[in-house]
Design a protein around this ligand. Sequence first.
Ligand code: ZN
Length: 270
Amino acid sequence: MPINIQPILNVMQSILQSVGQVNNLLPPSILPPSLLPPSFIAPPIAEGILYTEMSIPVPQPPGVTGLPPNVYFDVSNLFTAAQKQKIRDSISGTMFNWFLHMSQKWNGGLNNGLSQMAACTNTYAAQNLKPIWYFGTPITNGRQATELAMDQFTQMIKDNGFRQSPRSRIDWTYIPNIGSFIITTMHATTAFIPIRVPLSATVNAYQLDQPNVTLGPLIGSMFHAWLHRAGFTDPKTTSYFISECPMCVMRGYQPKSPLLPDNLFYQFFD
Ligand SMILES: [Zn+2]
């Protein structure tokens, strides 16, 4: 049965509008991805090189020290320039949501703020609240899980940007949907360790080319992939943290609507 995608397009538009509403908080480097400066593209070191390095500016939230200026990805040259731009925007958008959480949690220096991401996720996430490598103080709710996950994003950004982790690769695949069923959008494996984790993923070029797969779903898909790199586990279904947190991101942290069933969102997760 075909899925009416108009509602999700409306949601994505509202996400972009909500992003626009916080532009005054942001340095120019993380204004909407379309306004980001062109990437630094490392010159090929040899004919026939398979990957080209992409450099993406790291937004700098207050209270988070020791961040690198950029993160780096070896992006397969099988992607077109337009597809690479969408990958860049997905990663920038993922870091934007991390930035917004860290900024709101910092709360002017008190570091006790309840971010919109944590508040939304706390409402919906109840299962698989901790990374696979985590054996610390028990994580009992979605707010704690969100704060742990975003702190792990900080670690992964530092390890990447200071080149402590193995190089992060964005690999190419091309798998058409079957009817309206999405086989894959962005796939990442679950990391079993908390340090020096590359932010690698395999991205479906077919999905990048679909006009209805706008930036909102792509950011949600990349955000979900990064949660796997942070050690969180599927299933990608309702009430599980690895779905509810990126679904909050895709809804612009707004409550769920009965008009937009969860599977419209998590069909973009791998
Ligand atoms: Zn998954």
